[in-house]
Write a protein that binds this ligand. Structure first.
Ligand code: ADP
Ligand code: MG
Length: 575
């Protein structure tokens, strides 16, 4: 039994919680199985003086007639566990059968069965148990029947709702359409799909059954001639264990055993729940497993371009000791899902202020004078710091202006990527490291270098590492503030090419900030020009560069030595 339980653990990949539960139950089951070997005496024989305290011969002392309490406890494990498991099996079988029938048949069958379930769930348990117990007479079979009779309804209800969903799945409908018999469809398709729910229901029922066995035996509804932990408690109570110190070794050990068995089943239950959750709740595939999305098609997939990021009439002022600086004066812009928007302007025009506000990171001395930032339609200013933190990284991620400053010099880059992942995803360190390696590979950094520190990388590589960190939690919109500043021309083009390919592959929205117009033109489908905290120009990259309507844009363009017409092929230009 113990070996079987261990095998099941390995097969099911229960987490540490579930494995602990299996171990606890395994030990109890082993004790029950080996009772004749482990028990020092026959539990029914009078082998010592009445009420003997614990001694070397009687480790848990004796009861009022001189029977060995340790032997009683060891043999009690047999009846308690056997009744618990048998009752749980009966309860799960009845519940599953009723749940499958109701969910699959639907119609009046469903209605009638579910009314019965409601009635059973609302009946007061103890009076019912006593009535049935009196009618059937005390005994182990009565215990099993009683427990099954009062616990099957919960299982039936939760399975029925699952079956209602499963019966509409494609492969089940297909089997029906092919003329398969009802029993075949139920056995081969529906039952297989709901098994992940049947197992935890059984574990839950076993936990309840162990407790009920103890309570019912205590009430005298069990078999008084078979020792179980419940009957031991019942005898202790009837025979004045509480009047002496005897309760310490007569009542506490069986009580602890019951608690241990319940704990074991609960832990296994949690383990199964953790294990089966990913199967029941389908999550989107992580970015690195997603199929590549052709550039520009991400937004086309949606019915209408939904603005992921919307900045409305934003005004920001910096209150410095030397006076107030108006950094933004009524800036409005939107970034739709999957869209790449370029934000250009001279140094000091307010670009960094825009992106800091968009990431919800504006701090004193910055003051929002009017307007606001909306992420997925929610105003950032209205969110609590914790709500804001949860959206940062997952909905909007920022690649800050200075990559070196964004990395911690004393931590390895791998650890920093793992930290970024684990800020939002409950992964173990090992899982985090595996994902960090995938992210590093995705941005073109050899994952074998994860243990190296920032100073061991070139500027372009550091920029890639910061991009990997920003992508760690699959943001809906990635904001890159001057991603090529401080990089030589070739490296800058490499980084831009990387951003373009990541955007194409992941289909995320991007807001790319630069004072370098051609850099943005190759990437963005729309360009916004900022001057002195105001939007002075907006349009497709082509229009902005060919027909600069505003003198400031014209100046920006004239400042560029040899501007070629914008081409989406920029990413390919550098080998
Ligand atoms: P850009 O990124 O386009 O260079 P910024 O958003 O950094 O522009 O700055 C816009 C204006 O706000 C500038 O005039 C700058 O001096 C001012 N500013 C930015 N940050 C601060 C700050 N922390 N304190 C005071 N003034 C600031
Ligand atoms: Mg800046």
């Amino acid at each position: 039994m113990k070996a079987g339980a261990r095998g099941a653990h390995r097969r099911l990949h229960l987490g540490r919680t579930g494995a602990t539960g299996v171990a606890v139950l395994g030990v109890l089951a082993a004790i029950a199985a080996a009772a004749p070997v482990l028990a020092p005496f026959d539990p029914g024989a009078r082998v010592g003086a009445p009420f003997s305290p614990p001694s070397t011969t009687h480790l848990l002392g004796t009861n009022d007639v001189g029977q060995d309490l340790l032997s009683e406890l060891v043999f009690g494990a047999r009846a308690s566990l056997a009744v618990g498991l048998a009752a749980a099996a009966a309860s799960t079988a009845i519940g599953t059968a009723i749940g499958l029938t109701a969910g699959y048949a639907r119609g009046w069958v469903d209605t009638v069965l579910m009314r019965i379930v409601d009635v059973v769930l609302s009946l007061p348990f103890l009076p019912l148990a006593i009535v049935i117990g009196v009618v059937l007479g005390p005994g182990l079979a009565t215990l099993v029947l009683l427990i099954a009779a009062v616990t099957w309804a919960g299982t039936a209800r939760s399975l029925r709702s699952q079956v209602l969903a499963v019966r509409e799945l494609d492969h089940v409908s297909a089997a029906r359409a092919m003329g398969a018999t009802t029993s075949h469809v139920l056995w081969r398709h529906v039952l297989v799909d709901v098994t992940p729910l049947v197992v935890p229901q059984f574990v839950l029922a076993a936990k309840v059954a162990i407790l009920l066995e103890a309570s019912l035996s205590f009430l005298g509804l069990g078999d008084r001639t078979t020792r179980s932990w419940g009957t031991t408690l019942s005898f202790a109570f009837e025979r004045s264990a509480f009047l002496t110190d005897a309760w310490l070794w007569w009542v506490v050990p069986p009580g602890a055993c019951i608690a241990l068995a319940v704990l074991g089943f609960s832990l296994v239950g949690y383990g199964i729940e953790e294990m089966s959750r990913p199967r029941l709740r389908r999550r989107p595939a992580p970015v690195w497993q997603r199929q590549s999305v052709p550039a520009g098609s991400a937004a086309a997939g949606e019915s209408a371009p939904v603005p992921v990021l919307e900045i409305v009439d934003l005004g920001v002022r910096y209150d410095t000791p030397s006076g107030a600086v108006l950094a933004l004066d009524g800036v409005s812009l939107t970034v739709a899902a999957g869209e790449v928007v370029g934000l250009i302007g001279e140094s000091g025009s307010g670009k960094s202020t825009v992106v800091t506000a968009a990431a919800g990171l504006l701090r004193a001395p910055a003051v929002v004078t009017h307007g606001g930032v909306f992420l997925d339609g929610e105003e950032l200013g209205a969110l609590s710091p914790d709500e804001l933190r949860r959206r940062r990284g997952t909905r909007v991620a920022l690649v800050p202006q200075e990559a070196m400053a964004a990395l911690n010099p004393v931590l390895s880059v791998g650890d920093q990527v793992v930290e970024a992942i684990r800020a939002h995803q409950p992964l173990s360190r090992a899982q985090g490291r595996a994902r960090a390696a995938q992210l590093l590979a995705m941005v073109g950094i050899d994952p074998a270098r994860a243990g190296d520190h920032p100073h061991q990388f070139s500027g372009g590589m550091r920029q890639r590492i910061v991009i990997a960190m920003a992508l760690a939690n699959e943001p809906a919109v990635l904001i890159a503030d001057e991603p090529t500043t401080g990089l030589d021309l070739v490296t800058a083009a490499d980084v831009l090419r990387l951003l373009a390919s990541l955007q194409a592959r992941l289909g995320m929205a991007m807001l790319v900030v630069s004072h370098d117009l051609p850099a943005v033109l190759g990437l963005a489908t729309r360009v916004i020009v900022l001057e002195d905290g105001r939007v002075v120009e907006e349009g497709t990259g082509e229009r902005v560069s060919s027909l600069p309507s505003h003198p400031h844009t014209k100046a920006l363009i004239d400042a560029i030595p040899r501007l070629r017409p914008p081409s989406p092929a920029v990413p390919e230009r550098v080998p």
